[in-house]
Design a protein around this ligand. Structure first.
Ligand code: IMP
Ligand code: MG
Length: 185
């Protein structure tokens, strides 16, 4: 069992680099068969999706464009609480087939907000591809078109995903191990 430590937590290898590449290939095959004639715009949600985006786009062999977006959190007023605004969309998306690229969908709250913000700009269609999905946490409020792997409700890191900013560079995906008895946190 390959274990690593990030900050104060221990993680163990859960999805190997080869398994990740198989999942990316299956997503690429699905998108290719559905959208090879659509000149789609891939919208990668930073930071977590950077590795998935790079590997996926290398497996797309038809005309497409790619752009990168970020969700900026800021505190709204008392009624709105934390607002997450999608920034960086300088592309014209009206009429285009947009494929959103997410690293992971957990509850789906982030995705729901992204799709709502994109739809205001009249895209032709919005498709969603996520490398990972936690079905037990997912609200089901948004339709997800392409899923690489379904995973249990464990906290994971690697392949773009972080624990307090560490772990994004790992080429496999690691799941958190429970704290040893008696240790705080
Ligand atoms: P959601 O809004 O609950 O679907 O959360 C989605 C976002 O939470 C993802 O884009 C990640 O940034 C983060 N996230 C969810 N689960 C994990 C995890 O297990 N490890 C690291 N980040 C996660
Ligand atoms: Mg993310």
């Amino acid at each position: 069992m390959e274990k690593i430590i990030l900050h104060d937590k221990e993680f163990v290898l859960s999805i190997t680099p080869a398994q990740i590449q198989d999942a990316v290939s299956s997503i690429a095959a699905g998108i290719s068969s559905d959208h090879k004639d659509d000149n789609p715009l891939f919208l990668s949600i930073l930071n977590g999706s950077f590795m998935f985006t790079a590997d996926l786009l290398k497996k797309i062999n038809f005309s497409c464009t790619v752009s990168f977006l970020k969700l900026a959190s800021y505190s709204g007023d008392a009624s709105t609480g934390i607002v997450k605004e999608l920034i960086g969309l300088d592309e014209e998306i009206s009429g285009r087939t947009v494929v959103v690229l997410e690293d992971i969908v957990d509850t789906g709250t982030t995705l729901k907000s992204i799709v709502a913000q994109l739809k205001r700009q009249n895209p032709g269609q919005v498709k969603i591809a996520t490398l990972l999905l936690k079905p037990d946490a997912f609200s089901g409020d948004v339709h997800i078109d392409y899923v690489g792997l379904e995973i249990p409700n464990d906290f994971i890191v690697g392949y773009g995903l972080d624990y307090n900013q560490l772990g994004r560079n790992l080429d496999g995906i690691y799941k958190i191990l429970p704290d040893k008895a008696g240790q705080p946190g």
